[in-house]
Structures are given as structure tokens and as C-alpha cells.
Design a protein around this ligand. Sequence first.
Ligand code: ZN
Length: 290
Amino acid sequence: MNCRLCKNTEATKIFSATNMHGRHLWDASQHFDVTRCLSCGAVYIDNLSIDDDYYRKYYPACYYDEGKISGFLGFVLGALTHISLKSKERTILRYLNDRPGKSFKILDIGCGQGDFLESLNKNKFEKFGIEINKKAYQECLKKKLHVYDQDLKKADFKDDFFDVITLWHVVEHLMDPVETLIAAKRILKKDGILVIATPNTDSLGFKLGKKLWFHLDAPRHLTLFGRQSIKFLANAAGLKVAGSGATFYDYPLDLFWSLRESACKIPAYILYPFFKMLSQETMMLIFRKL
Ligand SMILES: [Zn+2]
């Protein structure tokens, strides 16, 4: 098949993956070819037809519930999530050149259960979200968030409407990421920012963990990006990279789980925070219109 990003056909299979979600094995009998495009460097799942059956089969109702940890570790992870959300808000306000009295319209595409939108200062942000997962959408409504349960193109926002559009771990799920970013760019103000967080295939977890990489999530992550391919995506959509944000507190245990069968796991576990910072398992990038 053609690369989902640059449409080139020259690619090489790098390994075979099973149906895993984070650290959880969902179905060992299913196998997927993880392939790297020789032109743009994007990593994608080859030979997969994306139809209604695909969504029914690979996105079960428990999709947003899996992986919750309780007890003291759950409390610590919850605190780190809070730090991560507040750090994202500060980064966004910095790139928007925030001043006292200013407020901003934000759209969170693929907002899940609305945790990010809910965490934002309501005096600073007029909040909108899009979420097509029915269960997650209902959770957003319970939180009284202004969320649409339809595709971005059908939501029909006006041109140049938002100061900031965020896609937290969304682009890797899309059938055509360039098309979605072009649609997002239309509704973004001229001096607005588009923020993307996505797994990073330049990371240690991907290189050493391979099919056990925490962020592989085959076959739900259709396209995975490194620095080269994320720049290709931005360019193709008429955007430029304006900067990056910190992701150290996102998914604190991702590298731990990715390396569990790797020969390097002992030094990586002993010096975990150092390896985690060095590795950048995920990346957060800020884009502006070209
Ligand atoms: Zn490509």
C-alpha cells in the first residue's frame, strides 16, 4: 500500500506486531506488519483495510478504561498527570503571548473524556471539543463541556475561528493526517497555534522495545512519526514548526513497559528518570500557519 503520509510505495517491513494496547496484550493471534516509508520516514501498519468492521473490532467499549491503576501508584500517576496538564496549559499560553485580560478560543480535537479541557482555566479559555467515541462524548456532557460528537469536517466551524487547536495523541489514529490538519488550519486564526502530541519513533522505547513499544498500539496507531516525518506532515498541511513542549510527565511508565524484554532494561531501570528524559517517548510540537 501507499504511505499514509507521503503516498510513496517504497517501504520496508521492520517487524511484526500483535494487538496490544499500552502494556496490555489484547489478542496475540492477530499480526500486523509494521513498515517504514523509505521516502518520508513515517512508520505505518501495512495491509489494513479501514472500514466499519475495523472500528468495531479494534476499538472496544473499554478503550478509555484500560490501564487505570489504583492505590498509591495510581495516586502518584494522577499527580503527575495534573503536572503534565498544567505544563501544557502554560506552554500554550506562552505561545499565545498571553496578557492579563486576554482570553482564547480553544478546540481540542479527539478530546476523549474531556480531562484536558476541564483542566484549563475557565477565565482564560472558551472551550470546545470534538469526540466521536460515544462513551467518551457522554462523559464530556456530564462535565458540561461544549463538545461535538462528529467529524471535524462536519462540525462546520467558521474560518479563522480558534486561537488554539490541540490534537493530543490523535494524528497517529487518522486515516489521512494531512487532510485533517488542512481542515484544522482553515478554522485556525492567522496568528493562532496548532499543538500536536504524538508518539516518537526516534525514541529508545521504539528502537529497543519494537513490538512491545508502549505507544505502538497496533493496529489503532495507523501512522507513527519521528522528527523527520512530523515536519513532512506540517509542511504538507501548510504549517511550520514554531517550537516544542515538554512531555517528561506524560505516560511516566511508558519506557519501563517498552523495555521489559530488552537487554538494556537493567541500566535503564536503575537510571529511569535519566533515560526517560533522554528518550522522549512522545513529542509535543507547536505549529503556526505558513
Ligand atoms: Zn512516506
